[in-house]
Ligand binder design. Structure first.
Ligand code: AMP
Length: 159
């Protein structure tokens, strides 16, 4: 469990930690890899969410997953990409977040991932929560703790 004072101070920050779906670059699960390779090459992100036609979150696709499909004995074969769909190779074992207030879970998952998909109870994609946004919250916490709580050293901190 998060220490209560820490959680309370973070709740005083007015920033929304979610980057909304309409500004997140995504691809459709039925796109072929040639299309997605071009998308990922043009934007600055190496891994992005995959959705279905009804905006459900389905998985993640990255540049390295695609280049892996290009590898053949003689080197690289880019022609293969037109025949493979995103849904055939995307990562599906992804932790998603249903409650953006659950900082404890978000912090635990963000240790291993750069970002987490934020979805509703029917898995409709609502946006992402990134390490950067959470670090902004930590920044707020470290500069505002004293405004809300008075901390005194205990035995451990004086040793
Ligand atoms: P950041 O913490 O801002 O570096 O973002 C971490 C990761 O989240 C990036 O490397 C991308 O994989 C993903 N990401 C962040 N913003 C976007 C966006 N607008 N569209 C798609 N993916 C994003």
């Amino acid at each position: 469990m998060l220490d209560k004072p820490i959680e309370e101070v973070m709740n005083h920050s007015d920033r929304d930690i979610v980057i909304p779906a309409d500004v997140v670059a995504t691809v459709n699960e039925n796109n072929n890899l040639q299309h997605v390779f071009l998308v990922l090459t043009k934007i600055k992100y190496s891994k992005i969410p995959v959705l279905d036609v009804d905006n459900h979150f389905k998985g993640l696709i990255s540049l390295s997953m695609i280049t892996d499909q290009m590898l053949v004995d003689e080197g690289l074969d880019t022609d293969r990409l037109g025949n493979i769909l995103v849904k055939d190779i995307m990562q599906t074992d992804v932790h998603t977040i249903y409650e953006k207030e659950n900082l404890e879970v978000i912090l635990r998952y963000l240790v291993d991932e750069n970002f987490l998909p934020y979805v509703d109870k029917d898995d409709h994609f609502l946006g992402i929560i990134t390490r950067r946004e959470i670090l902004q919250e930590v920044n707020f916490l470290t500069h505002n703790f004293d405004k809300y709580f008075h901390a005194e050293p205990n035995e451990i901190s004086t040793k």
